[in-house]
Design a protein around this ligand. Structure first.
Ligand code: F1P
Length: 345
């Protein structure tokens, strides 16, 4: 089988998994509405690796939309320090824990849920791509997006499918049910992006003069920047780092060379600030790639509200990592030193 066969298939078929995610949410909406609209003092999202970064993005999106306090944490942090999550131990009964895991069997995430429940914690909602795994058994309610399952170690369509799921959950929590229908337009836009920007992704991926990538994103886009950073690490063994946009000026900017790529996940609402950071990076010699609804290197032109279209930042960035991996003679299906699930004894 050719190098990267599974990764390519999973990236370029991912919009089917986005649609499946929306079907799964719709099928459970009658149970999700009372659960998500209850008066929690906080909502904790947890995951590991990619799904930790998903938790960061989802928590910001959830809080933006619902007004409820929401945070993202690595599963390992909640497992090792259950009280870390809520210093004054108000974890009891007022916290909704949303545990995200492609496999549903990552030890830290499973143990974190156990610790949370042992504290007589609140409700556990599981988001995963595999049924009959420990996480599904332990949750009060599990959303299983099976079309997001993957052969590859590095998450691509699994991550995107679960991120679409969290976008829908945030809308439900906010009582913005009418916009759930708008999410149905995402797969067609994703298909167009994968088709129209495949040459650009290949060109950037095959440019091996670039030796470091910085991914910049603010708001919920920071978690997506973290994920793009991890894809580049896992698939291509390249030094990469994510930053909140304005943080890049506070030191990391000194790392820019002529062989540096700076990738900006531009927002609508704070774009003027973000654009200036990219212009400064370009002035220092960096190659800049921007993604936005319009007037960027990659233009979504989705016609969707900003809060609904976060998943659109992912496909082209995943494809760049895929092409770079092949150009470096690596196999993105089997990243070095990695397994698809971390199970500790
Ligand atoms: C989490 C994870 C992945 C990572 C690698 C090892 O898995 O850390 O994010 O890419 O595959 O496992 P999961 O809990 O989301 O299944």
């Amino acid at each position: 089988m050719e190098r990267g066969y599974h990764t390519k298939n999973e990236i370029f078929s991912q919009t089917e998994a986005w649609a499946n995610a929306l079907d799964v949410v719709e099928a459970q909406r009658s149970r999700l509405e009372p659960l998500l609209q209850s008066d929690y003092t906080q909502v904790l999202f947890i995951g590991c690796g990619s799904t930790h970064y998903l938790s960061l993005a989802a928590a910001t999106l959830f809080q933006d939309l619902s007004g409820k306090l929401a945070r993202g944490l690595p599963g390992g942090e909640l497992w090792m320090n259950p009280h870390f999550a809520t210093p004054n131990n108000n974890l009891r009964r007022k916290t909704l824990l949303i545990a995200i895991s492609r496999s549903g069997s990552t030890t830290e995430t499973v143990r974190a849920v156990e610790a949370f429940k042992a504290l007589d914690g609140g409700t556990v909602l599981a988001l995963t791509n595999y049924p009959d795994q420990p996480l599904v058994e332990m949750a009060d309610l599990a959303l299983v997006v099976e079309k997001g399952q993957e052969q590859s170690v590095a998450q691509t369509r699994s991550f995107a499918s679960l991120f679409v799921t969290t976008t829908a959950l945030a809308l439900i929590a906010a009582g913005r049910r009418s916009e759930l229908g708008d999410l149905r337009r995402l797969p067609a836009v994703g298909e167009r992006l994968l088709r129209d920007y495949d040459p650009l992704a290949r060109q950037w991926g095959e440019n091996l003069t670039l030796d470091r990538f910085y991914f910049l994103g603010s708001g919920f886009r920071y978690g997506l920047a973290c994920e793009a950073n991890l894809k580049m690490k896992e698939m291509t063994l390249t030094h990469t780092e994510p930053f909140h946009f304005l943080e890049f000026r506070h030191g990391p900017k000194s790392m820019i060379t002529e062989t540096t790529a700076v990738v900006g996940l531009l927002s609508d609402t704070t774009r003027s600030h973000e654009q200036r950071v990219l212009e400064e990076a370009e002035g220092l010699g960096a190659r800049v790639l921007s993604l936005a609804e319009n007037d960027a290197t990659v233009n979504f032109q989705s016609g969707l509200a900003e809060i609904l279209r976060g998943v659109l930042y992912l496909p082209v960035l995943q494809a760049i990592a895929y092409y770079r991996s092949l150009a470096k003679g690596l196999n993105p299906d089997r990243p070095v030193n990695l397994t698809s699930v971390v199970v500790l004894d």
